[in-house]
Design a protein around this ligand. Structure first.
Ligand code: NAP
Length: 464
């Protein structure tokens, strides 16, 4: 469906969800300004997807096609809540769509969580991917054994990154600062720790399979770890999806493999929850992880939950990466559901506590539904929200800006953001990075500092 009036939308956040929303809004006849905090687009495709997964990153070609459509503009380097305010957007655009993702990490809430050597995987991922806000962080990888807490795909990514061959790393777009540290890493063994059992692991099949195909690390799963309790057995038989079934098959296959003598290894352990990150004194570096053994028990909804037994054990290690999911942060004054860590919404319409929708405000992606699903999941998610926007447009329920013109919006944006980066600016950054990568057979060498990104974009900034 297309609409006749020249309506204009601001989409805040240029990750996959923002791009899918922009594309569908353009198709519906809107003009779109896509705004991002960083001078670079693509969100987690640039700063989340593991650098050794270039095929997944190639989805940016789809977003480049969106950017080439008439009516599209990119405004990078713009912080909502400081450079511009929510109220400013609502004054200038018929519809505002938040696609800001979930930048924070969940916390374990256990003693020792913040000891040196215990890090949030989200920060580690941002660091090795060259996110400008993480480029000065430091990760001590001198320990021989690392424990990665969590059984999701991010846990698999960080485990794999820890044991990649330096030669493999050198061909990726991993940030240079991280290549140096990862190549000199002392980590030889990575334990992936799940609080529930093998049948409940959140890995997808290709990611788990890849753990068994690493160049310099053997995979090790003790057959005893794969003995299923009666609940899991029944669940796997009667309710589980194909992914969970295949995961268990893959794990059983791994458990039969003898070690092939590789220098490194990745171990999977299940039914254990961390209860304390161990170390000397209150803030000495990590020396181990105390875990409690769990059993599974169905809750009132039939979901199998981990319940602690009274058996504990200590795992000696010098590095802990906590990979237990992302969490959203509040954006300016947009209604926020603190309990869920999401923008409050009903089906993509931003609403207040009693579910009354806010005129002209919408949400897509992880900050709408939570940090789940793969990149493509955001396409359907964005389509659902955009259909509501079109419905509201037809019913005359969008904002009514006094001057909604593209010129007015750009003038206002430029007066607030001295270092504004447009799509042309990003193209200049992109070409610069690719050129730097060419002699080394790398897809690109990332610029990781804001001033360097702004310099390469040609944007003149008065920010320090
Ligand atoms: P995730 O898939 O939700 O996994 C989070 C893991 O943390 C689960 O195993 C969860 O266990 C565990 N966990 C949560 N709270 C815990 C606690 N207090 N103690 C111990 N364990 C705890 O999240 P993710 O790995 O961050 O990934 C986010 C999304 O991005 C996922 O949809 C993922 O598939 C996607 N992703 C995809 C790729 C790819 O396609 N290559 C790569 C990276 C990420 P329970 O199940 O027991 O809650």
């Amino acid at each position: 469906m297309t609409i006749d009036a020249p309506l204009r939308a601001a989409v805040v956040g240029a990750g996959p969800a923002g791009f899918y929303a922009a594309d569908q809004l353009l198709a519906a006849g809107f003009e779109v300004d896509l705004i991002d905090l960083l001078p670079t687009p693509f969100g987690l495709v640039r700063s989340g997807v593991a650098p050794d997964h270039p095929k997944i990153k190639s989805v940016t070609r789809v977003y480049e096609k969106t950017a080439a459509r008439p009516g599209f503009r990119f405004f990078g380097g713009v912080e909502l809540g400081s450079d511009i305010a929510r109220a400013d957007l609502l004054e200038r655009y018929h519809a505002v769509v938040y696609a800001v993702g979930t930048a924070d990490d969940n916390r374990l809430g256990i003693p020792g969580e913040d000891r040196p050597g215990s890090y949030a995987a989200t920060r580690f991922v941002a660091w090795y991917n060259g996110h400008p806000h993480a480029c000065d962080e430091e990760f001590d990888l001198s320990a021989r054994r690392a424990v990665v807490i969590g059984n999701g795909n991010v846990a698999v990514d960080v485990a794999r990154m820890l044991v990649l061959e330096p030669d493999e790393l050198a061909l990726t777009d991993t940030a240079d600062h991280a290549i140096d540290v990862l190549s000199a890493s002392g980590v030889e063994e990575v334990i992936l720790l799940g609080r529930r059992g093998p049948a409940q692991a959140a890995f997808t099949n290709p990611e788990l399979r890849e753990l068994g195909e690493l160049t310099r690390a053997d995979i090790h799963v003790d057959p005893g770890e794969l003995e299923l309790d009666e609940h899991s057995e029944r669940w796997l038989e009667e309710e589980a999806d194909a992914t969970a079934k295949r995961n268990v098959e893959l794990l059983r296959e791994f458990s039969k493999r003898p070690p092939s003598g590789k220098t490194h290894r990745v171990l999977l352990r299940f039914l254990r929850s961390p209860v304390e990150v161990l170390g000397e004194g209150e803030d000495g570096p990590v020396t181990g992880l105390r875990v409690v053994r769990n059993r599974l028990q169905p809750d009132a909804q039939g979901r199998l939950r981990a319940v602690a037994t009274d058996l504990t054990e200590d795992i000696e290690c010098g590095l802990v990466l906590r990979s237990i999911g992302y969490r959203g942060q509040p954006v300016d004054e947009v209604p926020f559901d603190d309990r869920r860590g999401l923008i409050r919404n009903v089906g993509g319409r931003v609403c207040d506590e009693d579910e009354r929708s806010h005129r002209g405000e919408y949400v897509v992606g992880w900050i709408k539904r939570g940090p789940t699903g793969v990149i493509g999941t955001n396409k359907k998610d964005a389509a659902d929200t955009v259909s509501k926007i079109v419905e509201d447009a037809e019913a005359g329920h969008l904002n009514e800006p006094v001057d909604p013109s593209a010129e007015n919006a750009e003038q206002w944006m430029r007066s607030n953001v001295p270092g504004l980066v447009t799509w042309e600016g990003w193209t200049a950054i992109d070409e610069h990075e690719k050129r730097a990568g060419e002699p080394h057979s790398r897809p690109r060498v990332k610029l990781v500092r804001l001033e360097d990104l702004l310099g390469a974009s040609g944007s003149v900034t008065s920010r320090s």
